[in-house]
Design a protein around this ligand. Structure first.
Ligand SMILES: NC(=O)C[C@H](N)C(=O)O
Length: 494
């Protein structure tokens, strides 16, 4: 039997059903890899017993001849932004350290109800704010990837879902949940040579996910293959009356609908995504992706998204504005951290709690957000950003009159060294330049690995689809996956 931790979600699901191995064996194999990978710091909390409990239930159901569930026998990692009943949920913050939810997020509940087991809670950027996982209160995640040629610099796994991306590429879990506000699924997937899809805004319930920017936050799966993403998304998606922005639509059968035949499809190549000075290797990878989609039968056309250059500043007004409002709830009264200096009053408690509970990047965003929402600046920044957001969404609508999907790079560079961009927030924000436009427009977007750069680091391609057309996004992802033949994996050093 091959190493169980090298199997995909589909292979685990099917192999368990076929009796090739027990669910317990699979859970034990992943638990062992998790326990042996402390150096990556991918998990905040490990829950090996939960993975085993779910596995034992699957084995028992199988032995009794019961109908198995879609994810019976499959252990996964859970980003520590999803509230999990009885298991600490921190959003990688000191503020929520020790917070044990009394309820389960809708998305995680759906996964457990479908038979999946939890290997643990995955590290992330604090409150999902960051692109390198360096803002976590629990220490940065270290990417399992290293540059070739004996360069041992510790690299960023991307962010904010950096625990998820690192754990999947290091075979600590076959798949994990992510959330994506401005690129948090796609950029870490690109940095670690895996796939991840942010579905259309409203496909997955936000209920029970620690809120960052509510008009942008979406949950989605991360895994090594497109098929695995389709399998997980089918379970994660669906209407939830507890989230007022949840879409009341049936969940398509994305896995059954997978096809890499793109004949009849038109791929738009947005010219604004190739500015002067775009990294030559990223540009070459993009060209290869275009050829792969052409080879799959698609027609390729150039399109224009004229407001692209305003997307990053627009995101970095709207996301902090919403964050400043969402994070107002952390007042030392209701959740986690409380700092009550001797003889202090209520205001002092708020100030002391928030000063100690939030990290520097979270404070920066709360201050930016509070500023852009303040009387006197509201129209100049927030209202203006909302107007530009509408223009960006309209750009996509117009482009999609002439094509069915878009192909772009996922990030402007490969993974970088930890510490390299930490002191310069703007350099860090630039990571999101290709991912935030689809976020602002609420469109489905996926990252798939395309190949390695000259230093041996993964590069990703991004597919953006029409609203609710995850199927075309997944199918184009499959077409790339089949042609890229990406089998590279990090050499084990941890
Ligand atoms: N949450 C995300 O989508 C990550 C993005 N880089 C941000 O810092 O906002």
């Amino acid at each position: 039997m091959s190493n169980l931790t090298d199997l995909t979600v589909a292979e685990i699901r099917d192999g368990f059903r076929a009796g090739d191995f027990s669910a317990r064996e699979a859970a034990q194999a992943f638990n062992a890899n998790v326990a042996a990978a402390k150096a990556l710091n991918a998990f905040i909390v490990e829950t090996p017993e939960k993975a085993l409990d779910a596995a034992d239930a699957a084995d028992k159901a199988k032995a009794a001849g019961e109908v198995l569930k879609p994810l019976s026998g499959v252990p996964i990692g859970m980003k520590d932004l999803f509230c999990t009943e009885g298991v600490q949920t921190t959003a990688a913050s000191h503020m929520l350290e020790g917070f044990t939810p009394t309820y389960e997020s809708t998305v995680s509940k759906k996964l457990w109800d479908a038979g999946a087991g939890m290997l643990g809670k995955l590290n992330l950027d604090q409150f999902a704010m960051g692109s390198s996982n360096e803002t976590s209160y629990f220490g940065n995640v270290i990417s399992p990837w290293r540059r070739g040629g004996g360069d041992n610099a510790a690299l960023a796994p991307g962010g904010s879902s950096g625990g998820s991306s690192a754990a999947i590429s290091a075979r600590l879990c076959p798949a994990a949940t992510g959330t994506d506000t401005g690129g948090s699924i796609r950029q870490p997937a690109a940095f670690t040579g895996i796939s991840g899809i942010k579905p259309t805004y409203g496909r997955c319930s936000r209920w029970g996910i620690v809120a960052f920017a509510s008009s942008l936050d979406q949950a989605g799966p991360m895994a090594r293959t497109v098929r695995d993403n389709a399998i997980l998304l089918e379970t994660m998606a669906g209407f939830d009356p507890k989230d007022s922005t949840s879409l009341d639509l049936a969940v398509p059968q994305w896995e059954a609908g997978l096809s890499s035949d793109l004949r009849g499809k038109k791929v738009g190549i947005p010219k604004e995504y190739r500015p002067d000075g775009l990294n030559a290797e990223i540009s070459a990878m993009w060209d290869r992706g275009i050829e792969w989609l052409r080879d799959a039968g698609a027609e390729v056309v150039e399109v224009s998204l004229p407001h692209t250059k305003y997307a990053l500043p627009t995101y970095y007004i709207i996301a902090p504005a919403e964050a400043s409002s969402n994070l107002a709830r952390y007042d030392g009264v209701r959740y986690g951290q409380r700092d009550l200096p001797d003889g202090a009053g209520l205001q002092d408690m708020y100030a002391a709690t928030r000063a100690a509970g939030f990290g520097p990047e979270v404070k920066r965003r709360i201050m930016i957000g509070t500023y852009v929402l303040s009387a006197g600046f509201y129209d100049a920044y927030y209202t203006q950003a909302q107007k530009v957001r509408a223009l960006i969404a309209r750009d996509f609508e117009q482009a999609f009159e002439n094509c069915d999907l878009l192909l772009t790079p996922t990030a402007p560079s490969a993974s970088f060294a930890l510490g390299e961009k930490q002191a310069d927030p703007l350099a860090m924000y630039l990571n999101d330049v290709f991912t935030v436009p689809a976020s602002l427009a609420g469109l489905p977007a996926m990252a798939v690995p395309g190949g390695l750069d000259a230093q041996g680091l993964p590069l990703g391609l991004q597919i953006i689809g029409k609203a609710l057309d995850e199927q075309t996004v997944l199918n184009a992802g499959l077409a790339i996956e089949e042609r890229a033949g990406f089998t590279a994996r990090p050499e084990k050093w941890w």
